[in-house]
Design a binder for this molecule. Sequence first.
Ligand code: PLP
Length: 405
Amino acid sequence: MSKMPVYMDNNATTRTDPRVVDAMLPYFTEKYGNAASRNHPFGWHAEEAVETARGQIAAIIGASAKEIIFTSGATESNNLAIKGVAAMYKKKGNHIVTQATEHKAVLDTCKRLERDGFQVTYLPVDKYGQVHAEQVREALTEKTVLVSIMAANNEIGSLLPIKDIGRLCKEKGVLFHTDAVQAVGKVPLDVEAMGIDLLSLTAHKIYGPKGIGALYVRKKDPRVRLEPQIDGGGHERGMRSGTLPVPLIVGLGTACDIAKNEMGEEVARTFALRERLRNGIMSKLPESYLNGHPTERLPGNANISFAYVEGEGLMMGIKDVAVSSGSACTSASLEPSYVLRALGVGDELAHSSIRFGIGRFNTEAEVDFVVELVTREVTRLREMSPLYEMVQAGIDLKSIEWAGH
Ligand SMILES: *Cc1c(COP(=O)(O)O)cnc(C)c1O
C-alpha cells in the first residue's frame, strides 16, 4: 500500500493537482504584478492571466467570462449571492426559498437574514435527500426574491433537480442561485439550459488551491444586481473589492480547464471505483445502508451506515483511511449530522455512518484495502456488540423494554 492513511475524503477537500501547482508557480516569483496595475508589463501579465482564468471558469458552466466574480471560496460566494440579492431586491420582497440539507454557508446566511427581518422557507427533503420543483412552486409567494438550492449534496452525494427548479424560477421571474461546489467537474452544468442566475464554486474541491472561489452572476435576461458585501477599490464590477490573488486565480482556472477536459474519463473511473467500494462493503456486511439516492448521486461518493456498531469505535478502527463520519463527536456536540437527520435516518444509524469520497488520485488497490479494512472492523465491532448478538439470535429489539438510563 502507498501512503497511510489512504485519503478518501475528497468531498471535504482535494489534493492540488501537480499540473495546477505548476501553472501557479510563475505567478508567485516572476509574474507577480497586481492585475489592477495598468502602467507596466507586470500588471498587464497578471491581468492577462486573470482574464484567461475567467474564461476557463466560465467555460465549465456555459457562462461568459464577464459573468465570473472572484471570491475567497464558496462560503463567500454563497454569502455574496444570498445577502447581495436580499439587500438589492428588498423593496421587491423579503422571502427566500432554500432546503434543509444545504451547506451551512447557505443555511447560516439565511438564518442571519431571518434575524434581519427576512422570511425563509426551508423545504424538507425526501428519503433520498432530494427536493422537487413542485415543492418550490408551492413555496413561492409574491414576496419571493431568491431560490437557493444546491446542485449536489456534500455529505450524501445526492443530485438535486436544479434544471427543473431553474426553469420554474425563470417561468416565475424569481432569481435562482445554486451552490454547485460538489457538482463542478462531475455533472454537466450549463447556466443557460438550467436557468441559473447565480452559481457558487470553489477551487479546493476540484483539485485546485484553497482560498479561491467564484460566483457566476448572470449579466442578461435578467441582469442580476448584487449589493456588495466588501467595499473598497471597486474590483470585480464593484461587487467584490480587494486585490486579486493572481496565483490562486490561475490555479482555479487551470483546475476548471482540467476538470472540463477530463470529466468524461474521470467520472467513469471514479464511478467504477465507487461501485467497487460500495459493492465490496455492502455485499459482505448485512445491515449496511447506503444514504442518499441509489443512482442520482455524485460518481465518487458513498455514504454508508452500519447498524449495530458504535460510530466512535468504527472511526478508531479504520483510522488508516481518512474519511468523514455522520457523527459530529469530534466537535463539542454529540448531534448526528443534520443532513442524515433531514433524510429521516435514525440517530443510531447516523452516528455509525461513514462518508467515502473517492477522487482523481485514488486507485483500485486503495479501494480494495479500504473494503478489507472496513469489513474486518465492522465485523469485529459487531462480534463485541450484545445488541447484534440478540439480533442474530432472532430477538426483536423493538419488543424489548429497556430500563431508562
Ligand atoms: C466545501 C463546500 C462549501 C464551502 O466552500 P469553501 O470554499 O470551503 O468555503 C460550500 N458548499 C458546499 C456544498 C461545499 O461542499
